[in-house]
Design a protein around this ligand. Structure first.
Ligand SMILES: NC(=O)c1ccc[n+]([C@@H]2O[C@H](COP(=O)([O-])OP(=O)(O)OC[C@H]3O[C@@H](n4cnc5c(N)ncnc54)[C@H](OP(=O)(O)O)[C@@H]3O)[C@@H](O)[C@H]2O)c1
Length: 317
């Protein structure tokens, strides 16, 4: 629970002010942590009617983000994905504005998809990216643009994100989970609170005089300890819920019935190392594996039942 992060975290300096570009699932979680720690936060969304929308920013819209509204921003998290052409929508529209801010830390949420398929082997930040999928090629392009932006940037590479209201528990509950078995296939995942926790930890390291360097120091995998097959998660989730499992479907027999998007999801197999985050940089995961993480989701979903009519999201956790 977020309260567990709050209890173990320390405040940033009193002049710190956070801008979250894209107050979606992960952005909102960091914003909640920062507010609980006493740091003022500004969150952008594409509609001011959306929850937690302090400022309007839509890279495809006509409205311009007023630079005056960002005065004094010292920390930045960007969660906004690449545009269709593989350009970064934030850098295209806001780079000059961001360069004029007194930024001490900037985080960019990327994906571990940039590593491409590793046939189940371990991969770390020291390995060259080798993206195969168009969306991962676009993402790597944006990573490069952020690295060359002149901002004090750290790139956080994320696997499938899960958390309250967005886990295999919800997929099972809504009857949209499929128990697919592909021998040897694993996926990595991260609980949304560990994205917020890792950002906060990296901000603190920078405050203490450990700036992101222009080598691989500014690339960080943010993944949990336990890559695992989705079928294993689903079995565990069903036992937590006390519900029946959907029928087992051998991957080879159903692959042609999967959407093109789902097929790409199953086409890559890698185990992503968190050694750098958890050992070199000293972050302690709040949810080191899906056993811990799904129990947390169950507890939080019971406290705040999710909207079961919301569109399906990642089924990776
Ligand atoms: N979901 C996963 O499993 C996963 C895995 C690895 C990496 N990632 C990446 O990690 C990041 C965070 O993921 P998330 O699940 O927290 O994302 P999310 O909930 O979809 O939030 C994305 C945010 O970007 C904003 N946004 C999108 N297009 C925009 C545009 N053209 N102009 C301005 N704002 C725009 C959205 O605005 P609104 O709030 O108005 O919708 C939202 O606030 C994303 O870049 C995602 O691609 C996700």
């Amino acid at each position: 629970m977020l309260i567990d992060l709050v209890k173990r975290s320390r405040p940033l300096a009193s002049d710190a002010k956070l801008l979250v570009l894209g107050g979606g699932y992960s952005g909102r979680c960091l914003a909640s942590l920062a507010r609980a720690m006493g740091t003022p936060v500004l969150c952008t969304r594409r509609s001011l009617d959306a929850t937690h929308a302090d400022l309007l920013f839509d890279s495809n819209g006509q409205d311009r983000l007023d630079p005056g509204a960002l005065e004094g921003v010292t920390h930045l998290l960007c969660t906004i994905p690449p545009d269709r052409d593989g350009n970064d929508p934030v850098l295209s529209k806001l780079l000059v504005t961001l360069r004029n801010l007194p930024l001490r830390w900037a985080g960019y949420l990327s994906t571990t998809g940039v590593y491409g398929d590793r046939q189940g082997s371990w991969v770390s930040e020291q390995d060259e990216p080798s993206p195969m999928l168009d969306r991962s090629i676009r993402r790597l392009n944006c990573e490069k643009a952020w690295l060359h932006s002149g901002l004090p940037i750290q790139i956080l590479r994320l696997p499938g994100i899960y958390g309250p209201g967005r886990s295999v528990l919800n997929a099972l509950h809504q009857g949209r989970a499929r128990l697919i078995d592909k021998p040897g296939q694993v996926f990595c995942r991260i609980h949304v609170e560990d994205i917020a926790g890792a950002c906060w930890h990296l901000m603190h390291r920078t405050e203490q005089g450990t700036p992101p360097t222009m080598d691989q120091g500014n690339l960080v995998n943010v993944v949990d300890d336990l890559p695992a097959p989705t079928a294993e998660l689903m079995r565990h989730a069903a036992s937590l819920l006390g519900c029946a499992l959907p029928p087992l479907e051998p991957f080879d027999q159903i692959v042609d019935s999967l959407s093109p998007m789902a097929q790409t999801f199953w086409s890559e197999n890698r185990r992503v190392s968190n050694h750098k985050l958890c050992h070199d940089l000293g972050y302690t995961l709040l949810h080191p594996d899906y056993f811990n993480g799904l129990q947390d989701c169950l507890n939080q979903d019971r406290l705040n039942p999710p909207d079961l009519h919301s569109p399906p999201r990642s089924t990776n956790g």
